[in-house]
Ligand binder design. Structure first.
Ligand code: GDP
Ligand code: IMO
Ligand code: MG
Length: 425
């Protein structure tokens, strides 16, 4: 069975945890999009792993990991991650495959990301400054792109970098009045990336089809969330890739028809980091309660996450475009202690019903949420092992989400640990 795990909100839904659980029964885990803007947390026996580029299956020593063509790879972050796992006794040797076609994030992408955001001032997107937008822009623009395959031809890369840095430095100095990037320094770094990463670089499309044809089970790990999708999210407050499950085909070459099950991950509420509209946001004590109890601070940037009620209107939309079969709902435990909990069931504009979540932010800015209010639960649920262990109000909350979204909730998260998940199938 081939599974795909994707976020249905604005990222950080708990994908890392769900992928880690499913990786136990998968042979290969593939990261197919995004870059080091992602921060996927896995907690094993109280030990925490925060992964940015390696698939979350990497913490399991026998799982093969693929970083496919759709990912933008920052070699510095990747090597730090490989080294930090090695220090914890987990080696990637012989089980990491990186696409030759994956694009490379270099220092000048991060500089460009920062300069652009600074220039935008109060209109900034609130990016992670990981160079994601500039790298994907170079990919689409083609003329100034660096791919993993370039590390296999270091002399060719030297020539390419000359041309790229001439262009980038004109941009930095003339437009932004900033310092130029040193050509020599970038090239020396690339030489060392090439020495360390060449052994992992290959044709991952060929590799994946070999695995699929020999009956291996593949798990596709989405990054970010569908509302951050460049085409279908809340543009321009999105990331630069197809972060919904629509990105899986272009991101790794495997058509979505070959994926048996799409699992959409949500939190029992909604969070968002960075700017942009958020109709069910709780900019009040309840939002702060959720932030504190759920430790809602970014895995990648440490920024406080904005918190709000579960937005079923948004999830109905993202599950439709994502062909979602079932929902994994994380962080139910975080809602414990609230007298009442709300679910946004729909939107109106000037009293008129909105049919589908509008990704156009000008329309989204005008919506008013309709809420269904449910009783809260006081009892802590972090030790619950089965659905029946949950208080009636918590079960009713999950069932309300199933009713409103018309999707089964098959996993319920009651804590960050690998074992703090209730399976309902
Ligand atoms: P991802 O980007 O979707 O992988 O999610 P992140 O790792 O960025 O953020 C999710 C956070 O919630 C992490 O700190 C997880 O350890 C934590 N987490 C995941 N599931 C649960 C859950 O069910 N309950 C609680 N309390 N924490 C959870
Ligand atoms: P995971 O995989 C939450 C957000 C940023 C910003 C916008 C654009 O951990 O769920 P970018 O650096 O991509 O150009 O930033 O997207 N963003 C995320 N928010 N989780 C993520 O990844 C995110 N990756 C990007 O905060 O608003
Ligand atoms: Mg995250």
């Amino acid at each position: 069975m081939n599974n795909c795990v994707v976020g249905l909100q604005w990222g950080d839904e708990g994908k890392g945890k769900v992928v880690d659980i499913l990786a136990e029964k998968s042979d290969v885990v593939v990261r197919y999009g995004g870059g080091a803007n992602a921060g996927h947390t896995v907690v094993v026996d109280g030990e925490k792993f925060a992964l940015h580029l390696l698939p979350s299956g990497s913490v399991r020593k026998d799982t093969v990991c693929v970083i496919s063509n759709g990912v933008v790879v920052d070699p510095e972050v990747l090597l730090t991650e490989i080294d930090s796992l090695a220090k914890r006794g987990i080696t990637l040797d012989g089980r990491l495959f990186i696409s030759e076609n994956a694009h490379v994030v270099l220092d000048y992408h991060k500089t460009e990301d920062r300069l652009r955001e600074e220039a935008l001032g109060k209109n900034k997107i609130g990016t992670t400054i990981r160079g994601i937008g500039p790298c994907y822009a170079d990919k689409i623009g083609r003329s100034y792109a660096v791919r993993m395959a370039d590390f296999l031809n270091i002399e060719g890369l030297k020539e390419k970098l000359e041309k790229i840095l001439e262009y980038k430095n004109k941009l930095f100095t003339a437009l932004y009045k900033a310092e130029p990037t040193s050509k020599g320094e970038i090239f020396e770094k690339c030489k060392s990336y090439s020495q360390r990463l060449s052994k992992y670089i290959c044709n991952t499309t060929e590799y994946l089809f070999e695995q699929i044809d020999s009956g291996k089970e593949i798990l596709f790990e989405g990054a970010q969330g569908a509302l951050l999708d460049i085409d279908h999210g809340t543009f321009p407050f999105v990331t630069s890739s197809n972060a919904s499950s629509l990105g899986v085909g272009p991101g790794c070459g495997v058509p979505s028809k070959m994926i048996d099950r799409f699992i959409g991950v949500v939190k029992a509420y909604t969070t968002r980091v960075g700017a942009g509209p958020f109709p069910s946001e709780l900019d009040n004590d309840i939002g702060q309660y959720i932030r504190d109890k759920g430790h809602e601070y970014g895995t990648t940037t440490g920024r406080p996450r904005r918190c709000g009620w579960f937005d079923a209107m948004a999830v109905k939309y993202t599950s439709k475009i994502g062909n979602i079969d079932e929902i994994a709902m994380m962080h139910l435990d975080t809602l414990a202690g609230l007298d009442e909990v709300k679910i946004c069931t729909g939107y109106t504009i000037n009293g008129k019903e909105v049919k589908m979540f509008p990704s156009n932010i000008d329309t989204l800015a005008k919506v008013e949420c309709k809420f269904e209010t449910l009783k809260g639960f006081n009892q802590e649920i972090t030790d619950a092992k089965s659905f029946e262990d949950l208080p009636a109000e918590a079960r009713e909350y999950v069932q309300a989400v199933e009713r409103i979204t018309s999707l089964p909730v098959t996993f319920v998260g009651v804590g960050p640990g690998r074992n703090q998940t209730i399976f309902r199938k």
